[in-house]
Design a binder for this molecule. Structure first.
Ligand code: GN1
Ligand code: MG
Length: 382
């Protein structure tokens, strides 16, 4: 997309100031993100995002969830008398029609609004979907963390869940069954049967490891069916880089709210440690350097349990170590499924990228497995 086209999109939003520049921002694997700088020093800059509507097929629901959550958090912060509310929760900008997203059709803008209401598959693919929020200045994202920031992240994600416990507005699943391991495994098995990219023969070792643990990794679904594990509102993408820090390294704001939806609370705990406690990035090919960082685990767990002690049930608490193993395994299944499908979901930088990611997650899973009992003991003794 050209700069002029991006600026044209921005014109549909009620921003303050005039656009000076638009630049790419961030490292997300799903949406395309840009920083929109304004000319005036006293006006904010903005984040512009093209929503990947092949993945988030119901953009109306997606934005409904995000608005409900950000309004709720905003209200809570204000009621608590917090001074810098706008630095602690994202604020989305309405378009000229009052929605928080804009639909752009390549050839006919007016028609695209009508097409949206018809909501047909074909028409949706002809359009692109955009949203904007205020850029929170003087913030950092971290790709790697220390025990201190891990503790803070534990407190912050736990607090986020706690704040949303009394959200009255029902939220939908923006990707149905997003963290459902039974479904992920069955998608993988179906993909193996189809073998569209002819890659199944390369991955027998990986498949063997996944199958050996498949049953146990589906325990959360079984507990849910037995009425023992509820769904609550979770973030569902608690990566280290989905959190903004201030210049002094304090947690400010949780970002990337597309996947905020009802899920098992243990998801957010396990998914955070999937990236944070892996001593290597999720796509590092240096398998022998992958280790489970106990210091990060310990600090995160302390922070998380401080924030969530008042509402976690004993069953949720007991299954936290399972989630630490489940999330690298689920992510391995997802990366491998995409590899076998010919790389249609995650952005890749080279042909084996998803295979390298898979191997990384599986090795990390094994490192986690070796520590699981120790984790349980640690949590029991807290
Ligand atoms: C995707 O776009 P990003 O990088 O925030 C994915 C997560 C995965 C993650 C793996 C909607 O998140 O579930 O854990 O990649 N988001 C979606 O890095 O599938
Ligand atoms: Mg992200």
């Amino acid at each position: 997309m050209t700069n002029e086209q991006l600026i044209e999109i921005v014109r549909h939003f009620r921003i303050e100031g005039s656009v000076a520049a638009v630049e790419p921002l961030g490292k997300g694997l799903i949406n395309d993100t840009f920083l929109v700088r304004t000319q005036e020093a006293d006006k904010p800059d903005y984040v512009l995002q093209r929503i990947n509507h092949h993945i988030f097929t119901d953009v109306e629901l997606l934005q409904h969830n995000i608005e409900a959550v950000t309004n709720h958090l905003h209200h809570k912060l204000q009621t608590a008398g917090i001074a810098d509310v706008d630095r602690r929760v994202l604020r989305f900008i309405p378009t000229s029609t009052g929605k928080t997203y804009y639909v752009c059709s390549p050839d006919n803008e007016e028609a695209s609004a009508n097409l949206l209401s018809e909501n047909s598959e074909k028409n949706k693919h002809d359009c692109s979907y955009w949203r904007m929020n205020i850029y929170i200045a003087d913030t950092l994202t971290l790709e790697e963390i220390t025990p201190k920031s891990s503790y803070d992240c534990g407190r912050a994600f736990g607090h986020f869940q706690k704040q949303l416990i009394d959200l009255k507005e029902p939220l939908g699943e923006t990707i149905p069954n997003f963290h459902n391991m039974e479904l992920r495994i069955s998608q993988l098995r179906q993909t193996i049967a189809n073998d569209v990219a002819g890659r199944v023969k390369e991955v027998s070792k990986e498949l063997e490891l996944i199958e050996a643990h498949a049953d146990e990794m589906c325990l959360a679904e079984k507990l849910h069916r037995q009425g023992l594990l509820p769904k609550r509102i979770c973030h569902c993408d608690t990566k280290v880089n989905n959190m903004l820090f201030d210049r002094n390294g304090n947690v400010l704001c949780i970002i990337d709210l597309d996947t905020v939806m009802p899920a098992y609370i243990i998801s957010d705990y396990g998914d955070f440690l999937r990236t944070a406690a892996n001593s290597q990035p999720e796509d590092s090919p240096e398998l022998d350097s992958i280790a489970f960082r106990w210091d990060i685990f310990e600090a995160f767990t302390r922070g998380y349990l401080e924030s969530t002690a008042s509402f976690l049930t004993p069953i949720e608490r007991e299954h936290l170590p399972l989630a630490v193993a489940l999330f690298p395994m689920m992510q391995a299944v997802r990366f491998l499924t995409d590899y076998l499908n010919g790389d249609t979901y995650y952005k890749i930088q080279y042909p084996e990228h998803n295979l390298i990611r898979t191997r990384n997650q599986l090795r990390y899973f094994q490192e986690v497995e070796a520590c699981r009992e120790r984790m349980s003991t640690f949590i029991c003794n807290l």
